[in-house]
Every structure is written in C-alpha cells, then in structure tokens.
Design a protein around this ligand. Structure first.
Ligand code: 5AD
Ligand code: SF4
Length: 336
C-alpha cells in the first residue's frame, strides 16, 4: 500500500527504470489477483444527446456543431447480437445524460430485450450519467448490473473548474450518485481525467486515493484531450505535460499505482490512451489494466460521438483484436 507521499514521489519520479519496475510489479499483482486474461466490453455509444454542459466535452449541450443521434432499439439490439456472437460476453451502453421519462423507459426496454435474446448471458454495463435513485433501480431491476460514472476530479473546487455551477452540475450530487449506485447493488465504476489545465501532482494522488476510499469495483481514467468547440479549449496550454510520451508515462503510472492500491478491481485500458500512443492500450494492459472496451458503435455514427478531438476508433475494425494476452470470451468478468 502506498501512502499519499509515496504516490506523489512516484508521480514526480523521472526514472524510466523505476517506471518499468512499477509497471511489471503492477502486472504481477493483476495476474495474481485477476488472472492472465483480459476481459472485453463492447462499447455501444447509443446516443450523443446530452443535457449537461461540461466545460471539457464536445457533447456538451451548448455545442451546436455536433449532429445529434439516438440509435433505435433495433440498431442497439443488432450491436448487442453482434457482440454476443463474437463472444464479448458483456456490453457497455453509453450515452450523454438525459433524465426524461421517454429516455428512461427506452433504456429499460432495451435492457430487457438484450437480457431476453441472450438468455441473460450478455452482461450489461450502463454509462448514462447521473440519474435519481428510482431510475437507477428501474434499470437495475431490468437487468443492468454494472454502472460507470466518473467523478472526473475528487476535489470540489476543481470540479467547478470543469463544470458550470448550476442545477445540472453539482459535485455533491455526483458523489452521491456514485454512492447510490453502490447501495443499489451495481458493480460500480468511476474514475477521473488527468493532465487537466492547472492540475497539480497532488490532485492526481488524491484522485487515486479517492477511488480507494469510494471502494469502487471498476475504474476508467484517461488523459484530458482538448476539444476545439469547448470553453476549456482556451486553457489547453495550462496543462502540465505537453509531450504525448510524458502523458503516456503518467497514464501507466496512474494505472500501476491504482493496481497496487486496489489489487482486485477491474481497470480499463481506455480509448483515450490510443490518442496518446498507438500502442497505448497494450502498454496499459501490461501495467495493471485488465479490461478492454472495443467500440461497436455503428461506423457511420462513430464520428459524431466526439467527446474530444481526434478520437480514435473511427475507422478501427473492432473485431480484429490481437493482444499479447489471452482474452476471456463469453464471460462477464466481474470483480470478485
Ligand atoms: N478528454 C478526455 N476525456 C473526456 N471525457 C469527456 N470529455 C473529455 C475530453 N475532452 C471523458 C469524461 C467522461 C467520459 C465519458 O469521457 O471523463 O466521464
Ligand atoms: Fe454530457 Fe458526459 Fe460530455 Fe458531460 S462528459 S457533456 S455529461 S457526454
């Protein structure tokens, strides 16, 4: 177990030898506790409509430059069937945030249909933002059993540098939503972005320790990547690390430290790492991460789901995965 001071020391250390040691240790801990295999979740970005206005994200409601879509039930089911047939075992239904009844009922219906056609074999993770307890329960009872909701940054004052302070964006609501998900019984995932404008190394250490404090089951974290149609773009030069290779090192350090702190959880090798390094995902999987999320969103819509500039996977063939690790097909891959 690392202390806060040790984490800060690792994050500021510049030795490549120390970094490889840290990562190979984290890999060993992952294999000991979670096995050799990588778990897959097929990512279906089923709608980019969003009521929120996060200052960093290209899908924010004020961005009128993005053309908005929602997949039909049939389209989502077709993606789910494809995932099932490939043997992915588990899917993530991700969207922007909407809290209207029509949307809530639509998601419920889709969950039930996926559970029905797969005879309950396909695991469902939702990533549809902050909702009230009743909605979270409705979706849980319909058959979703995991939920992803990042806190983005663990300190309240930092949260409001990334989000407008209004009724749609509240730090305490976000943290309470994560706790509600856990209370209901979801396997709950959270995470944060790093290399944000004005970020200090201490903030990253606190974010990592906050994941431990929340005792989450899964983590997805990734580098902040500026999007030109967002307010935070103006602050893009205030990020601490400018070189992609340095951001990649920070990514590996964060994953490896977290694996030391939380040996049993699922840690995703996130898509954003691919922007930083074309071997980014593979490096993360050798440094403590154990989950990969191939994108199965229909090709024609993928470019509309642009949370940041140059999002990869727009042309990637999600069925062709070659990794230096065994892949667990047809499994949910829950944390123990
Ligand atoms: N750069 C990196 N990650 C981003 N996200 C949103 N916008 C960006 C960006 N510009 C992440 C947030 C959100 C997740 C779905 O995508 O962490 O929780
Ligand atoms: Fe909407 Fe999520 Fe983007 Fe915020 S980060 S604007 S909630 S899609």
């Amino acid at each position: 177990m690392f202390t806060r001071e040790e984490i800060i020391e690792i994050l500021t250390d510049e030795s490549d030898d120390n970094l490889s040691l840290l990562c190979s240790d984290a890999h060993r801990i992952r294999v000991e506790n979670r096995g050799e295999s990588i778990f897959l979740r097929a990512l279906i970005e089923f709608s980019n409509r969003c009521q929120k206005n996060c200052l960093y994200c290209g899908l924010r409601s004020s961005n009128i430059d993005t053309s908005r879509y929602i997949l039909s039930e049939d389209q989502i089911i077709a993606c789910a069937v494809k995932s099932y047939n490939i043997g992915y075992g588990s899917i993530v239904l991700q969207s922007g945030e909407r809290r209207d009844r029509e949307f809530i009922s639509f998601v419920t219906k889709v969950i039930k249909e996926i559970k029905r056609f797969s005879d309950n074999k396909l695991g469902i993770t939702l990533s549809c933002g902050e909702q009230n307890e009743e909605t979270y329960r409705e979706w849980f009872e319909a058959g979703a059993h995991r939920y992803l909701l990042r806190f983005e940054t663990s300190k309240e004052e930092n949260y409001y540098r990334l989000h407008p302070k209004d009724r749609f964006h509240s730090y305490s609501d976000r943290i309470n939503a994560i706790k509600t998900l856990k209370k209901i019984g979801y396997m709950t995932g959270s995470g944060f972005m790093y290399n944000l404008p004005n970020e200090r190394v201490e903030d990253i250490a606190d974010n990592l320790l906050f994941l431990k404090e929340l005792n989450v089951d899964m983590v997805g974290m990734g580098p902040y990547i500026p999007h030109h149609e967002t307010p935070l773009y103006e602050e893009r030069n205030l990020v601490r690390l400018k070189e992609k290779s340095d951001i990649m090192k920070l990514a590996l350090k964060s994953i490896a430290i977290l694996r030391h702190l939380m040996p049993h959880i699922n840690i995703a090798s996130t898509t954003a790492l691919q922007v930083i390094d074309n071997q980014g995902r593979e490096k993360a999987l050798a440094s403590g991460a154990n989950v990969l999320m191939p994108n199965l969103t229909p090709d024609t819509l993928r470019e509309n789901y642009s949370i940041y500039d140059n999002k990869p996977g727009v042309k990637e063939d999600s069925e062709l995965i070659s990794l230096p690790f065994p892949i667990a097909y047809n499994e949910w891959g829950d944390t123990i």
